[in-house]
Ligand binder design. Structure first.
Ligand code: SAM
Length: 291
């Protein structure tokens, strides 16, 4: 058996797997629409009530990927606030390029005084070496990224300390049994992050309440169509297997024995529906925490 490579160590493969694999079956357009609507209906009101339109508005995005969510936040914020600083942290250069290009196009069209700062690297490195980690932010976003940023309570507390009074943190997390159980039961996978059996959204709610922050949550059920995962010839199936295990080219590099065990396990967590497709559910939470 060849040695297995953590997917995060192969940036181009991660980009391909995320954008052309997992995003295709995880209803990412629906999630983006729901988060954008929730932001416009709830977060914008809190922000415009708490901060004057001419405040220096600072937005920090953590693990932004291609930045589709943050671009929406910028567009909505830009309709009210006249001066916005957009700070984005993302280790994957290939994904980051899309956000840089889209944000540059938006800021050249927009009349507000807009400035973007890009940090390519993990959040821990941003904390330890970038002066912008000492800045105070009106809004911090972490959309599907807090699985990867180290000890949850420490990271969460540090990020909350970087918010201005009345600032807001918006977090999106998914509880997908298939992915979580894959990591918990297959300790041979080359993971770079810690997975526990606990629900991350419950942990965040608990820490927030202990510290006296207000939390509002909206839940979404997302159906994942994993049919291609069970087709050995499917390229989409290869990408889904890589994302679920966070391993580059899993189906080419893991032993036949381990692959068979994984496939049986994945089958047991999917249901085959009347149309013959294999599906499972992912429970997503949009959490808004007010300081
Ligand atoms: C599931 S993707 C989500 C991307 C994007 N926020 C979205 O919703 O489409 C997770 C993101 O977290 C980033 N990431 C991984 N480790 C990280 C770390 N230590 N610090 C910050 N971001 C990290 C990945 O590169 C990836 O872009």
């Amino acid at each position: 058996m060849s040695s297995l490579t953590n997917l995060f160590d192969n940036e181009d493969r991660y980009q391909d797997v995320y954008c052309n694999g997992f995003s295709r079956i995880a209803m990412k357009d629906v999630v983006l629409k729901e988060v954008s609507q929730y932001f416009d209906d709830n977060v914008m009101k809190k922000m415009t009530d708490a901060f004057p339109a001419d405040d220096q508005f600072n937005l920090l995005g953590v693990g932004v990927g291609e930045g589709h969510h943050e671009l929406h936040f910028l567009k909505s914020l830009g309709s009210h606030f006249t001066s916005i600083r957009n700070v984005a942290v993302e280790p994957n250069q290939s994904l980051f390029e899309t956000f840089k290009t889209n944000a540059a196009a938006w800021s050249s069209d927009d009349k507000s005084n807009h400035d973007s700062r890009w940090f390519t690297g993990p959040l821990s490195q941003f904390f330890s070496e970038n002066p912008l980690a000492k800045c105070q932010y009106n809004l911090i976003s972490a959309i599907h990224s807090m699985y990867h940023t180290g000890d949850l309570e420490t990271t969460f507390t540090r990020l909350m300390s970087m918010l201005k009074d009345n600032g807001i943190k918006i977090i999106v997390l998914s509880e997908c049994k298939l992915i979580k159980e894959t990591f918990l039961q297959n300790t041979w996978l080359p993971l770079s992050f810690r997975v526990t059996g606990k629900s991350l959204s419950d942990e965040i709610r608990k820490v927030s309440e202990q510290k006296g922050y207000t939390v509002s949550t909206k839940k979404l059920d997302i159906t994942l169509d994993l049919t291609d995962l069970f087709d050995e010839e499917s390229e989409l199936g290869d990408k889904l297997a890589d994302f679920i295990t966070c391993t580059a080219y899993l189906r080419k590099t893991a032993s036949a024995e381990k692959l068979d065990a994984l496939m049986s396990f994945w089958r047991s967590l999917c249901s085959q529906e009347e149309d013959g497709r294999m599906r499972t559910l992912s429970h997503e939470s949009i959490m808004v925490i007010s300081k």
